[in-house]
Structures are given as C-alpha cells and as structure tokens.
Ligand binder design. Structure first.
Ligand code: KG4
Ligand code: ZN
Length: 390
C-alpha cells in the first residue's frame, strides 16, 4: 500500500510517500518520496510562529511539495486532464478558504494523472487550527479528486512512532511503555499499555518545554527557534566549564505528581538577567543553567513515572528530544540505574516535525478502522488529545 502523508500543524509544510508492506506494527516501510519546507526563516522576524503567515505559507507550498514528493517517488505521471464543471466547483467548495491553493491544485490536476496512492494520512491535531485546516482541506480535495480514503492523524502519535522507527520498521517494544513528549506545544508523559492505547499521566500546567526554550532564548537575544540555539550555547559553557551564572529552581520536583511547570523557571531567568547586558560567556552560562534545570526536572519526573507504572520501554519524542544534553543525560542515567529499560529517541532528522511520522501514524490508525471514506468529515482540532483518538 502506498500512503501519501501531509503535515501542516505548525511551521513545517511536509508531504511524503511511503510504501508499506504488511500490517502495523510488523510492516516494512520504504520512503519513496519526502519533501519538507520549513517556514522558520519567515517566522524568525516575528520571534515565533505567526498563525496567519503559517496558513498562507502552507497554502503556497503544499502543491510544490506534493509535486516534489511524487517526482522523487517516480509517481508523477504527466497527463493532460480537463476538469469537469462539477469537479471545479467541488474543488472550490472544499478549498473556499484557500482560493490560491484551489488554483494551484486545479492546475496540478489538469497536468497530472492520478498517482498510485492508496491512502492519504493528514494531521488533524493538535496544532494551530488555521494551519491544520489547510492540510486537511488539501487532503480532502485530493481524496475527492483521486477517489482515495483519508485517515486523520494525531501529530503526537506521529512523534511517538518516529522515535521507534529505524528507517524501515517499527522496532518491537515491551509494554508498558512510557512516552515523554517534549515539543513546542506539548510536555506530557503518556502511558502505553498496548499499541494505540494512550493514557496521559502527566502534563505541563503552563508552558511547554520547547516554548520555554524559545522564550528564554528570546530573553538572551538569541533567534527563533531557541531550542537549538540554547543547546549550542549551553554546550559551549560545558566545554569551557564556565561557573554557574545562577542556581535556577527545579519547578514541581517537590510535588509528588507527574506534572510539569516551566513558566516560573522562565521568570527566574528573566529576573536573573534584569536590566543587564550579558557578556557572551554569561549568556552561555545562563543557557547551560537553564538546560540543567529543565533536564533534571524532565529526568526525575520520568523516573517517577517509570517506577510508578513498572515501565519497560521509554520513548522520548518531539522537537526538544533533539537536544544533545537531554539525550546524553537520559541515556547515561537510565543505562546505569535501570539497565533493563529500553530507551528510544528519534533519529535526528525525524525529531522535529515531518510527514514521515504522519504516514506511520496513519498506517497505525488505518489498522484500527479510523479511515474516512472519500473526502470524509475530517476536522481540525487544535487541542486534540492522544488519550482520546478520534
Ligand atoms: O515537535 P516540534 O518540531 O514542533 C511542535 O510540534 O511543537 O518542536 C519544536 C520545538 C521548538 O520549541 C524548538 O525550539 C525545540 O522543539 N527544539 C529544541 C531543539 N531542537 C528543536 N529544543 C531544545 N534543543 C534542541 N536541539
Ligand atoms: Zn511536533
């Protein structure tokens, strides 16, 4: 089966084509085509993601990304096809909020024949709703025109699966498994007793970890996205063994539950900076102090959940899981203290948002019968939860 997957939940526009042989979770996957356009350079001047701009950029780049992915997969068949009046009307109806995209897609359909695709997977949440809708309506238009079913995908399930994907297969895992999802919008601990079963056992009460990285970076005068910037500044402080700029709090560690809070930590950084202009070494040291605090909190709360639920597999996913220090600290600590625990991090190129993970989650969901028939009633849900898969 060939899956076309679409991701537009935040500031990455991504389209992939994956060939699958067999059923989830024992299938073999081959990436036939993969294209991704990152809007980071566009959002940088706003210091963060600007939803209206994200929506506009998705609408502008989805068709070129689709063409590129199909071309790479050798599935692009040029073939002049005239659209009927009814087809044009339907396309405009589905894409009435994205008239520019309707024109680009009409042009694409007029030039190219239906490719060999069996299923369309699209992110339906969580994320920025205006951005999600562009991908969903695009998927519905393709579904209608090509007569192919659509499966809605939870972005966070994609992050979990990309952490256990070795490029060809989903690696076997022992249950119970624990997902630590750390991204720009989420910080949660998710218990998995079996495949496709998710129970949220801990979450942030305010900012997500990635959001805290981005906001602290901004205070330090570092560009968006702040995570990688803080990571490399902190690394410099570690190499130079710079003295602590300040001892920052470890929020929520004194609470016996599995929840997080990063907003106080962010405020502590703001007070530490005050009105001062930090030297380069001071900036590096403060970035390192912040990274230390975040890592310790994440690690200790994760360990608490592992103890509480007798976890056998730890799956860390989401953009912040790209952080070198977090990876190293988790691996070193748990290898020593919990030698029986299997730990998974995503390969670096699948840590941040991509559409390969959406194809994997789409394949998993299709097995559970969540496929909508032709251009079905898929809806965007900015707050879609993993515990209640829709
Ligand atoms: O998963 P993701 O690509 O998008 C969301 O679903 O939110 O995560 C993006 C977040 C951003 O906040 C970014 O600063 C953070 O992941 N991030 C990192 C690193 N790379 C990306 N945070 C810390 N260290 C990194 N190396
Ligand atoms: Zn993400």
């Amino acid at each position: 089966m060939n899956i076309l997957s679409i991701e537009t939940s935040c500031d990455e526009t991504a389209v992939s084509i994956i060939e699958t042989v067999g059923d989830f979770p024992n299938a073999t996957y081959k990436i036939l085509g993969n294209s991704l356009f990152s809007q980071i350079d566009i959002h940088r001047e706003y210091g963060g993601v600007f939803p209206a701009v994200a929506k506009r950029e998705h609408a502008r780049t989805l068709v070129p990304m689709l063409e590129r992915a199909l071309q790479e997969a050798k599935l692009l068949k040029v073939h002049a096809t005239a659209l009927s009046q009814k087809q044009t009307e339907h396309l405009c109806e589905i894409l009435f909020r994205e008239p520019g995209l309707a024109d680009l897609l009409t042009n694409f359909f007029e030039k190219n024949a239906k490719p060999n695709i069996d299923l369309i997977a699209v992110t339906s949440g969580p994320g920025l709703e205006p951005a999600l809708w562009v991908g969903i309506n695009f998927a519905r238009a393709l579904s209608y025109f090509w007569n192919i079913p659509v499966v809605p995908v939870n972005h966070m399930e994609g992050h979990i699966l990309s952490s256990i994907f070795d490029g060809a297969k989903i690696q076997p895992i022992s249950f119970p498994a624990l997902g630590l999802l750390i991204s720009g919008g989420h910080t949660e601990l998710v218990l998995m007793k079996e495949w496709a079963s998710y129970e949220r056992v801990g979450e942030t009460l305010d900012d997500a970890v990635g959001e805290a990285f981005d906001k602290v970076a901004r205070m330090l005068g570092l560009p968006y996205p702040g995570g990688p910037e803080i990571g490399s500044r902190a690394q410099r402080a570690r190499v130079k063994n710079l003295p602590s700029f300040i001892i920052l709090p470890r929020p929520m560690l004194d609470k016996p539950n599995l929840n997080f809070s990063f907003s106080g930590l962010k405020t502590a950084v703001r007070y530490a900076i005050g009105e001062r202009k930090l030297s380069s070494d001071e900036t590096d040291a403060l970035a390192r102090d912040f990274e230390d605090s975040v890592t310790e909190v994440l690690l200790k709360k994760t360990q608490r959940a592992i103890d509480k639920f007798g976890v056998q597999t730890l799956i860390v996913g989401g953009g912040v899981s790209a952080n070198t220090y977090i990876r190293k600290s988790f691996t070193t600590h748990f290898k020593k203290e919990y030698p029986e625990l299997a730990i998974h991090f995503p390969p670096h190129h699948l840590s941040t948002d991509n559409s390969i993970m959406i194809a994997l989650a789409g394949h998993a969901q299709a097995k559970h019968g969540l496929t909508h028939e032709i251009f079905g009633n898929v809806k965007a849900n900015g707050n879609l939860s993993l515990s209640v898969l829709e």
